[in-house]
Design a protein around this ligand. Sequence first.
Ligand code: ZN
Length: 440
Amino acid sequence: MTYPINSSTLSYQNLTLSNVSAPAKIDSTGNSVTPVTLDTSSNDSFVQNVIQSLGNLGLNTSDVSTNESLQVFVQDLSKALMQGDPQPLPINAAADIPVAPNTMPDPTETKFSGGTNFQYSVDLSQANLGDNFANVASNIKTALDNIGQFISSKVIFDLKVVTVSINSGTLAQANAALVTTTTPNPNNPVNPTKSTNTSFISDSIQGVDSSPNSPDSTLYINLANMDKMSFSGTPTPNKYDLTTILTHEILHGLAFAGTLTVNSPLPTAYDALISPQQPPTPQNTPVFFVGRHAEAVNDGNPVPLSPESSGAGSAYYHVAVPSDLMSESINKGEVKSISALDVAMLEDIGVTLTGVSAPPSKVQTAYSNPMANLQNLMNSLDNGTEQNNALQADFSTLVTSLGGSASSGNLQDFLAQLSSNAVNGNSLQNDSGSIFSATA
Ligand SMILES: [Zn+2]
């Protein structure tokens, strides 16, 4: 006699990269402005360049040390030039031209596999990617091959990719098939169910695929945000880097996942290294990853994780190290790659490493070149964005405060002057790294 077997797979969703808004604006508008003082007496080359440029337009800059309009303008301008506020794409956005999918044998093929020491199989048959198919598939392959630099596995990693369309800040999500609960003996009221660890890590350690007919991880790509993605793999102004996002998500599906916040009898290897083990109270209590390899990379200290207050799916399974690939957010224009910290955590979790060294946690940004950002700003000044309109209004107020009029020049003239001065050796960078000092 056989009993019917009811099986259900528990998938624990990791909502990831959810804080995808532009870099936080702390003071551009509104009443909660932190008072700042512009130190015009310093030898700050950026501020001096601004003042000199205003003077070159014929404005009276003999005493600007207490000019609040100048403070506001310099503050907003410096954000546009140095701090990564997203600017509209420049006209010649060569970096964002989609990469030719030369690594994909056939763009109509909806399944592919690859890897050597870390073999993978990808199923895109239920992904509705349209014209983006080849680019997304190529980026997935790049992400998996990047991971394969650092890890080895005896079993194949099965990844299923699906698309969703949700109006939210979420770029992508990943599920990991961690625990499968079956009902082998429904007539036994004492112990009717049996839970099995079906995670990829468990399979990999044992060398047997415990669930060969289901994916190890399902990757959800949010089509609603596809137009905000860059496929180039290089920092691109005003775009989120899809390769970064996919690498982050696949690492969730692979190892950065667990059951701490759900009622499961089987914690993951990652869970076992979280301290404290219970969801703490209050919710913002610090939580750490305490694997010894990760601590060694982190100067001997436990690695801070996103606390309970980050919310279900984000808490615990992200590192609270903003520059790291496995932190919970990414900004436009940024590219992150697998770090030594990530690799050390994988080692602690039980993943077999290849021995290839990874670099420290680092963010590459499209906004590190203020001269290029100035050119972008000049190209896009009249495009009607809120930020650019605000900057124009700031400038008009500044001109008036300096005794000028509309004929004293417009913002475009000022920026051209600033650029010209920069070419002549007046930097667009500040000396100290901060051009403001907060007043107590
Ligand atoms: Zn995440």
